[in-house]
Design a protein around this ligand. Structure first.
Ligand code: DGJ
Length: 977
C-alpha cells in the first residue's frame, strides 16, 4: 500500500489496483492492468518478449518469473543465439556517459539540453534524456527518496495541477514525434514530506528544469485530456541502486546479449539483466509476444521480412519503450479505437529492433481502463537505406500455456452469416480467414479461445476482434507441447508490402478481450467498447429512425410514383424514413447495367432525386438512398470511359460477379471520381441516410497504377481506399447516417463499424433465420449496429411464414425497419404495424443501449432468448423465439439475468399471442382475449417476484406453435423486505 495525499487528507491507496501499465525493471516485466484482469510479459535474458500471463487479476506484486519454470526445453529445440548486437542494445545512451561522475553528468545534461533545441539534434536529445535520467536518479538516491524506483525508466518531476510529486514512466528520449502524439503518463504519489517536496521544487526551479512538453493533438474522435491513474512503482520491486556505477554496470551488462554471456560477480550478486531466466530455453519453447521465423521458433511466426539480399531472418530484441496516457490512432485511414478522454486508456509503445539490420518493429498495447481489453497493433519501420519486403505482419501473436482449448468462431455463408461454431483444438493449425477482399460472409474477423467448451456465463474466455474489413486471418496453432499460438491480422496470403527507406507500415488493430464470465462477459464488453470507442460518436446515443426500404417491396421496379405511394402508406404505419434501394440510377433495370453512373434515371424519376426527396419530406418523412460506389457494370458510361479503372490483369479475362467488376480503389483518381459523384448526389437534396452496399468479392487483384513489385499491396491498398472514401464522404456529410452492407452481412466487422454506425446483418430477412444470425452477431457487435427489418410473408429467402409478432420482435432487436410492400396492407394490418412501431419506439432506448444478456442459445437448443437490462437494473425486456417445436416437450424454465436479486419485479407479458390449440380436438383456434403465457380464467397474469427467484428459479414458458415468440417487460417495484 502506498500513501497518496490529496489536498490535506491522507488516503491509503493500493496503487496496484489502478488500471494502467506498470513496468518492473528488476524482472523487466510489463504488467497491463485492466479493469479486472492482467496481461503480462517480460523481456527475457535474450531480449525476447516472453509472454507470461493473460487472465483474471492477480497481485501485481507477485514476481511472475516463476512462470518461466513451465518452459521445459526439448532436445530438438535450438537454445541460444550469439550475435554482435552491442550497438542496438544501448538505446538509452548510458554507455556514452558511463565514465562520468554525477556532477559531470549533470553538466553534460545542461549542455545537451541546449544542443537539443536544434531541430536536427537527435543525438543530443537522446543524450539529454540519458544524462538527466542518470543525474536525477543519483540525486534521488542520495536524498534517500528513491530506493525502489526503476532507474532507467522513471523520472520524477513537477505536476502542476496537484503540485505534488509526480512519477513519470519514461521512455525513449523525448523526440518531437513522441511529444506531439502522446502525453507522458502522470500521477501523483507522495514520496516525500511536504518540506522535502518544496525543497526539491525549489532546487529544480533553480536548475531551470522545465516541464516536459505535453502538446497532444488527439485524433479527431478523441475527447479532452485528463490525467491517468497509471503508474508503476512499488514494494516488492526493490532494486538497490547503491551507486551510479552499478547503474552503468547494469547497462553494460545489458549489452552482453544472449543466454551464453556469463555474469560478473557483481551482476550475480545484484540479480541484474542476465540472471533472471530460470533455465536456458530456446524460442520454440517459450510463450512469446511477437515472434520471428528462422531462428528457433518453429511455430507460425508473427511476421516475416525479406531483405534485398534475399535473406528473411529478423530476430528482434527489445530496444526501448515508453508509456503514456491516452491512445494513438492508427495512421489514416485505418480505423481504430479512440478515447473520449485521455484517462480512458494507457498505452505502451515498445520498440524491438533487428540487431543486424536495425529495422524496428514497434508493438503498441493500449489498456482501456474500464474494460478487460487490450488493443494491439504493430508498426514496421524501415531504418535501412534500401527497401525491404514485408511478407507477413500480424497485428498480434497471443501464446497460451497448455490447456483444454476450444476455438469459437463466427462462420457461415451468404444469408447465413455469423453462425456460432465451436471446435476443440488439436495439434496443428486452424484457420479462420478471408481472401475475398472483404471480411466476408464466410468468416468474421473474430475468435474466442476458451478453456473447455464455451459457456455463456462462466469460465475464462479470451477473444480477438480485428478492426479490419479486408483479407484477414486468425490462426490457432496447437503445438506438440500442448501450448497454443494464436496470430491475427492481415492475411499473409497474396500479401506483401514494399517498405521503402524511412517508411513505416502499420497493421490494423486487434482488440483483445478477456472475461471470466464466459461469452456473455466478452460480448457485453465489446458492445459497450465498440459503442463508445469505435462507432461514429455522433450516432452512439441516437435512436435510429424506423425506416422502410424499397428492395423487397419493388426490387428494380422503383419509380417516383411507386415510391411516393409506398411512402404515404408507410407514414400511416408510423414509419419515419424512406430508403430508395437499388435501381434508381443510370440504366439500372437489373444487375447487368448502371453501376458506376450515379445519376438518377430520368425515365423512372422524372423529377430526379430532388423531386422525390422533396415530396417525401413534404409527407413529413425523411429520405435515404442506396449506393454501391466500389463497383462498376461493364454496361455503364463509367466503364466505357475508363475500362482500366477496375481491378484486372491486362490481357486476361475479367471475372464478373453479379455482372459487375470491382473498381480499383487503390487508385487515387478512381477514388476521387467516385467520391465526387457520391458527394454531388448527397448535396443535391436532403438525403439523411445512405445504405452503402458492396455486392461481390475481389478477383484479379492487380492495379494499373502500381509497379509489379507492389502488386501484393493492392488488396490492402484497396480497402484503405474504401476507408478513405468512407472517411471523406462522412466528414463532408456528417449528418448522413451510413448503413454499410455487403450482399447482406458480408462486411460486418469493426472496421466498417468505425465508419458506419449501422450494418445490414443479412440478406436473409426471415425472422427465424435472423434469430441465429443476430444471436451470432451479438457475440461481438452491439445491437444498435444491427440492421434488421420486418419483411413480408412468405419470406423471400425461405418461403417461410411467421407471425407479424415474431417478425417484429426479431427486427426490434436491431435498428428496426420494414422491407415489405406496405401498399398492399389492409387497414387492419396498418393498425397492427402502427402499434408495433409504437412498441418499438417505447422500448428502443432499452434495447439499443441496455446491457444484453443471452438466455437461450438457438444453436444448441430449439429456441433463442435474450434480454436487455437498463443501467439502473430497474427495467428489462425479455424476448424469446422458438425455431423448432417438439410437440409434447416442455421447455425448461427461463432464468432471467442481470437484475437485482433483492429487488421485487413485475413481469408482464406484452403482446400476447392470438392462437391456441383446442386440447380436445387439436384444432388451432383464435382467442380474441389473447393467449398468454400465464393466465387464469380472468385473463393474463402479471408475476410479482424477487430478482433472486426470477434468476435462480426461473419462469415457466411455452411456445404454442413453431415460430412462436414471447415478450416480457420486467420492472422493479420495490425492495425485498
Ligand atoms: C444486396 C443488399 O443486401 C440488398 O439489401 C439490396 O440492397 C441489394 N443488394 C440491392 O442490389
Amino acid at each position: 500500500m502506498f500513501t497518496r495525499k490529496s489536498s490535506n487528507t491522507v488516503q491509503e491507496v493500493n496503487i496496484w489496483s489502478e488500471p494502467g501499465i506498470y513496468y518492473d525493471s528488476l524482472t523487466r516485466t510489463f504488467r497491463l492492468r485492466c479493469k479486472n484482469s492482467i496481461y503480462a510479459f517480460r523481456v527475457d535474458d535474450s531480449r525476447n518478449l516472453e509472454h507470461l500471463y493473460w487472465g483474471s487479476s492477480i497481485p501485481l506484486e507477485d514476481d511472475l518469473l516463476f512462470l518461466g519454470f513451465g518452459n521445459n526445453p526439448t532436445p530438438f529445440d535450438p537454445k541460444g543465439y550469439i550475435g554482435d548486437v552491442r550497438e542496438s542494445l544501448n538505446p538509452l545512451g548510458f554507455a556514452d556517459l558511463k565514465q562520468l561522475d554525477s556532477d559531470e553528468v549533470a553538466e553534460k545534461w545542461k549542455t545537451y539540453t541546449v544542443e537539443a533545441h536544434s531541430p536536427q539534434a537527435t543525438e543530443p536529445r537522446r543524450l539529454e534524456n540519458a544524462s538527466w535520467r542518470i543525474w536525477n536518479m543519483d540525486k534521488m538516491r542520495k536524498s534517500g527518496s528513491l530506493s525502489n524506483v526503476d532507474a532507467d525508466k522513471m523520472i520524477v518531476e513537477e505536476d502542476s495541477p496537484s503540485k505534488s510529486r509526480v512519477l513519470h514512466v519514461v521512455h525513449e528520449p523525448c523526440s518531437d514525434e513522441a511529444c506531439t502524439h502522446g502525453k507522458y503518463l502522470t500521477e501523483s504519489w507522495e514520496m516525500m514530506s511536504g518540506s522535502e517536496k518544496e525543497e526539491e521544487e525549489e532546487e529544480e526551479r533553480k536548475e531551470g528544469r522545465g516541464k516536459r512538453p505535453s502538446g497532444y493533438s488527439l485524433p479527431s474522435r478523441s475527447g479532452s485530456s485528463k490525467r491517468s491513474p497509471s503508474i508503476r512503482i512499488g514494494e516488492g520491486l526493490e532494486r538497490n541502486l547503491s551507486s551510479l556505477d552499478n547503474l552503468q554496470d547494469e547497462f553494460q551488462s545489458c549489452s552482453r546479449f544472449g543466454s551464453f554471456a556469463s555474469p560478473t560477480p557483481r551482476q550475480q550478486q545484484q540479480n541484474v539483466w542476465i540472471n533472471l531466466d530460470p533455465e536456458i530455453v530456446g524460442k520454440n519453447t517459450k510463450l512469446l509476444e511477437y515472434s520471428d521465423r528462422g531462428t528457433g521458433d518453429y511455430r507460425s511466426c508473427s511476421f516475416e521480412l525479406e531483405y534485398s539480399d534475399g535473406t528473411t531472418l529478423s530476430p528482434l530484441v527489445y530496444s526501448s519503450h515508453r508509456i503514456y496516457v491516452g491512445k494513438l490512432s492508427p495512421p489514416f485511414p485505418l480505423p481504430g479505437l479512440f478515447v473520449n478522454s485521455d484517462s480512458d486508456a494507457s498505452t505502451l509503445e515498445l520498440t524491438m529492433k533487428d540487431p543486424l539490420t536495425k529495422v524496428e518493429v514497434v508493438l503498441y498495447y493500449t489498456v482501456f481502463h474500464e474494460y478487460d481489453v487490450v488493443v494491439r497493433r504493430t508498426l514496421f519501420r524501415n531504418t535501412l537505406d534500401e527497401s525491404l519486403i514485408i511478407r507477413r505482419c500480424y497485428s498480434c501473436t497471443q501464446d497460451f500455456d497448455t490447456d483444454d482449448f476450444y476455438l469459437t468462431q463466427l462462420s457461415g455463408s451468404w444469408a447465413r452469416e455469423r453462425q456460432i461454431v465451436t471446435k476443440k483444438l488439436c495439434q496443428g493449425i486452424s484457420l479462420v480467414e478471408s481472401t475475398r477482399g472483404a471480411s466476408s460472409h464466410q468468416h468474421n474477423p473474430f475468435g474466442v479461445i476458451t478453456i473447455g467448451e464455451p459457456a455463456e456465463d462462466r469460465g475464462e474466455a479470451f477473444a480477438l476482434s480485428l478492426v479490419y474489413s479486408g483479407n484477414f486471418r486468425l490462426e490457432a496453432e496447437l503445438v506438440e507441447s500442448g501450448r497454443l499460438r494464436v496470430n491475427m491480422g492481415i492475411n499473409p496470403q497474396q500479401f506483401s508490402w514494399n517498405l521503402g527507406p524511412g517508411e513505416e507500415f502499420s497493421t490494423p488493430e486487434v482488440v483483445l478481450c478477456y472475461s471470466d464470465q464466459g461469452l456473455g462477459g466478452i460480448s457485453q464488453q465489446y458492445h459497450r467498447l465498440y459503442r463508445y470507442h469505435l462507432m461514429p460518436p455522433m450516432w452512439r446515443n441516437k435512436i435510429c429512425p424506423v425506416l422502410i426500404n424499397t428492395w423487397e417491396a419493388m426490387y428494380f421496379n422503383v419509380t417516383h410514383e411507386a415510391v411516393v405511394e409506398l411512402a404515404k402508406k408507410a407514414k400511416e404505419c408510423g414509419i419515419e424514413l424512406v430508403v430508395l434501394d437499388d435501381g434508381w440510377f443510370g440504366n439500372r433495370n437489373n444487375t447487368r447495367s448502371g453501376l458506376g453512373d450515379w445519376k438518377a434515371n430520368r425515365m423512372k424519376f422524372p423529377f430526379g432525386l430532388e423531386g422525390l426527396c422533396r415530396e417525401i419530406n413534404e409527407l413529413g418523412l425523411r429520405f435515404g438512398i442506396w449506393i454501391e460506389p466500389e463497383m462498376v457494370n461493364i454496361e455503364s458510361e463509367l466503364y466505357t470511359k475508363h475500362p482500366d479503372w477496375c481491378l484486372h490483369i491486362p490481357r486476361r479475362a475479367r471475372t464478373t460477379g453479379r455482372n459487375q467488376l470491382v473498381l480499383d480503389f487503390s487508385q487515387q483518381a478512381v477514388r476521387d471520381h467516385v467520391i465526387e459523384q457520391v458527394s454531388s448526389i448527397l448535396s443535391s437534396c436532403n438525403i439523411e441516410y445512405v445504405k452503402w452496399d458492396m455486392n461481390r468479392h475481389l478477383t484479379e487483384v492487380f492495379s494499373q497504377a502500381f509497379p509489379p513489385e507492389r502488386q501484393g499491396e493492392i488488396a490492402h491498398r484497396h480497402i484503405l481506399g474504401v476507408y478513405e472514401a468512407f472517411a471523406r464522404i462522412s466528414s463532408c456529410f456528417p449528418h448522413v447516417l451510413i448503413e454499410s452492407c455487403s450482399g447482406g452481412g458480408g462486411r460486418y466487422d469493426p472496421g466498417m463499424l468505425y465508419y458506419s454506425a449501422q450494418i445490414w446483418c443479412s440478406d436473409n430477412t426471415d425472422a427465424l433465420s435472423r434469430v441465429q444470425i443476430q444471436y451470432g452477431t451479438s457475440l461481438v457487435y452491439p445491437v444498435c449496429s444491427m440492421g434488421s427489418h420486418v419483411s413480408s410473408i412468405p419470406n423471400h429467402q425461405t418461403l417461410r411464414s411467421t407471425t407479424m409478432k415474431t417478425r417484429t420482435l426479431v427486427a426490434m432487436c436491431g435498428t428496426f425497419g420494414y422491407e415489405m410492400d406496405v401498399r398492399q396492407l389492409t387497414r387492419e394490418e396498418v393498425e397492427e404495424i402502427k402499434s408495433y412501431v409504437e412498441l418499438r419506439n417505447e422500448y428502443a432506448p432499452l434495447i439499443l443501449f441496455g446491457t444484453m444478456y443471452r438466455l437461450w442459445n438457438p444453436f444448441s437448443s430449439d429456441s433463442g432468448a435474450w434480454m436487455f437490462v437498463n443501467d439502473e437494473k430497474t427495467e428489462a425486456l425479455v424476448i424469446a423465439v422458438n425455431l423448432n417445436r417438439s410437440i409434447g416437450l416442455q421447455l425448461p424454465r427461463m432464468h432471467l439475468k442481470g437484475i437485482q436479486e433483492d429487488w421485487v419485479y413485475l413481469v408482464e407479458e406484452l403482446c400476447p399471442g392470438k392462437l391456441r390449440t383446442n386440447v380436445s380436438t387439436g384444432a388451432i383456434e383464435t382467442d380474441p382475449r389473447g393467449v398468454f403465457q400465464w393466465s387464469t380464467k380472468m385473463g393474463g397474469v402479471t408475476l410479482k417476484l424477487s430478482g433472486r427467484t426470477l434468476m435462480r428459479v426461473g419462469v415457466p414458458v411455452k411456445f404454442i406453435f413453431e415460430g412462436d415468440s414471447l415478450l416480457f417487460s420486467v420492472r422493479a417495484v420495490s425492495l425485498l423486505v
